[in-house]
Design a protein around this ligand. Structure first.
Ligand SMILES: Cc1cc2nc3c(=O)[nH]c(=O)nc-3n(C[C@H](O)[C@H](O)[C@H](O)COP(=O)(O)OP(=O)(O)OC[C@H]3O[C@@H](n4cnc5c(N)ncnc54)[C@H](O)[C@@H]3O)c2cc1C
Length: 491
């Protein structure tokens, strides 16, 4: 008889961990609250438009290829990849914009146009980011940290100093470039990690190797297509995936989880793995005495931003936009301040706008465009219907001023998604889109553990655990959790 693992939540974390457990000989039941798998990376289909609801940047392709190779499988058999060119377009003001290219020489020229010596500085910056990336992949990311000494040992401190773990990104970038636009290109990805450049460790300069070095891709079927690829892999491995199954509690006896309960029934378990929001499981599904991280722990964390998102089907082609478009306001500190220090709706925000129909014709009817607008916002903001609509009008005007594209008259499909949707759909603490920010004090050993300290057969994967936020990181987290389970229970 196989032992039974119940996995909670079919986002990238739950899906990727389920397949690994099934590979290791567990009977796996994957329970998902929503009607579809993919979690924050689900898609939404309406009137001929197919929107990726969450992530849209496919980065670090080698992480996905490595994951599929753990099953002697080829990623290409699950979904294809298209390289993007340009990688992305940046608007610095209505009259100043630039494209970042797969050709490094083009990017060097761009940085030279920003400031004297800018190109050489970019080259040096990318070189150090590439070096750090390789050390991080080898020494930091694919490993678990249980005790402070796992992190603060001599080797890691030695490597950590080389990686600039203990410096801050913003001041680090300033030692290379001083032009606002150059700095913003080297720092914007911190928003992907749910933090601001002034708080992020300089280790995350590796993100410039991730986008400009490793490249930006578009997966067939969008990011939801990748989740569907993982779902296919799970089914091939024999995972029993049950959707519309919200877990309502976990029974614990003598420090062991014994059963997982949904509204439909109960499942006896040998182990439980959670890919759902960590705080929800600890504070709402476990009996209070079984939680390692109680509510006061979460109240002291830096919670990553929520997001105001508009999915728009536009009834005409848009000429001034690329697949990925970013707007960086001047100064952008005002926006970060309204996320992290003085929470309120930002009125002059940076934004991200994707138009995946530039690459994927099937994502919109002929002659139309698939538009996704995202504004990072503070977690925990009040999000009434009136507030959303007023903010939407404001953002649409802002997009017109910055990009010159007046979308308002041509909207065929519109859906707004914000704080309360993250709470309702994913049980997200304060409506966070990304979980916990990547500050130094929430990195590696300081993230919530991948194994409960109170319930010995309860494990965690997903964006709250090490190495953290982002789809590739979540795949790595599942490999780390599966290795931990394997060393505790054998293959
Ligand atoms: C708008 C947005 C844009 C992003 N952009 C990018 C990007 O471009 N590139 C990138 O790499 N990353 C991006 N990210 C981050 C990335 O999407 C996440 O880090 C990743 O998808 C998180 O996966 P997860 O499995 O940890 O969590 P989730 O995807 O949230 O999965 C958790 C699952 O648990 C389920 N669940 C919750 N409670 C229960 C319960 N009680 N019972 C059963 N099931 C439950 C939820 O329904 C959900 O399906 C973005 C995120 C968002 C929100």
């Amino acid at each position: 008889m196989k032992k039974h693992a119940v996995v909670i939540g079919a986002g990238y974390g739950g899906l990727s961990c389920s397949a690994l457990l099934a590979r290791d000989g567990w009977k796996v039941t994957l329970l998902e609250k929503n009607g579809q798998t993919g979690g924050r990376a689900r898609n939404w289909v309406s009137d001929g438009f197919t929107f990726d609801m969450g992530p849209s940047w496919y980065l670090m392709p080698e992480v996905f290829d490595r994951y599929f190779s753990l099953f002697q499988a080829n990623r290409e058999d699950y979904y294809g990849l298209l390289p993007l060119n340009p990688y992305y377009k940046v608007f610095f003001s209505p009259s100043d914009h630039a494209c970042l290219s797969p050709n490094l020489q083009e990017n060097i020229k761009l940085f030279d146009s920003f400031e004297p010596g800018g190109g050489a500085a970019l080259q040096r910056y990318i070189d150090q980011a590439t070096y750090k990336y390789h050390i991080a992949m080898k020494e930091f990311l694919y490993r678990d940290y249980k005790h402070l000494t796992d992190f603060f040992n001599r080797r890691i401190i030695f490597e950590g100093l080389k990686l600039d773990v203990f410096k801050k990104l913003d001041s680090f970038v300033s030692t290379f470039v001083s032009d606002r636009r150059a700095k913003q290109i080297l720092e914007y990805a911190m928003v992907f990690l749910g933090t601001s450049p002034v708080d992020a460790p300089a280790l995350y300069s590796i993100m410039s190797h991730v986008d400009l070095g490793l490249g930006v891709y578009f997966p067939q079927g969008g990011m939801a297509g990748v989740a569907q690829g993982l779902e296919k892999l799970c089914r091939e491995m024999g995972v029993d995936i049950q959707t519309n199954q919200e877990v309502t509690s976990i029974s614990v006896t003598a420090n062991q989880a014994t059963a997982v309960h949904t509204r439909e029934g109960s499942f006896s378990v040998d182990i439980v793995v959670s890919g759902a929001d960590y705080r929800h499981v600890e504070c709402e599904l476990l009996p209070p005495q079984a939680a390692t991280y109680i509510p006061s722990y979460w109240d002291k964390r830096v919670v990553a931003p929520s997001m105001f998102i508009a999915y728009l089907g536009i009834g005409r082609r848009l000429s001034g936009l690329e697949h990925h478009n970013l707007y960086f306001s001047d100064p952008w500190e005002t926006h970060f301040d309204k996320i992290f220090k003085h929470p309120q709706w930002p009125m002059e925000p940076c934004f991200y706008l994707s138009c995946i129909s530039k690459t994927d014709a099937s994502s919109a009817p002929e002659g139309c465009e698939n538009v996704f607008i995202l504004v990072p916002t503070a977690p925990g903001l009040a999000d009434s219907e009136e507030q959303r609509e007023a903010y939407f009008d404001h953002i649409i005007d802002h997009v017109r001023e910055v990009t010159g594209e007046d979308l308002k008259q041509d909207i065929l499909v519109k859906r707004i998604y914000s704080h309360r949707d993250f709470i309702q759909d994913y049980n997200a603490f304060k409506g966070t889109a990304l979980g916990l920010s990547h500050t130094l004090r929430q990195t590696a050993v300081f993230r919530p553990a991948s194994r409960s300290k109170k319930v010995r057969n309860l494990f965690y994967t997903g964006q709250y655990t090490h190495p953290g936020v982002g789809v590739p990181m979540v795949l790595i987290a599942s490999e780390v959790a599966a290795n931990e389970i394997r060393s505790a229970y054998g293959p």
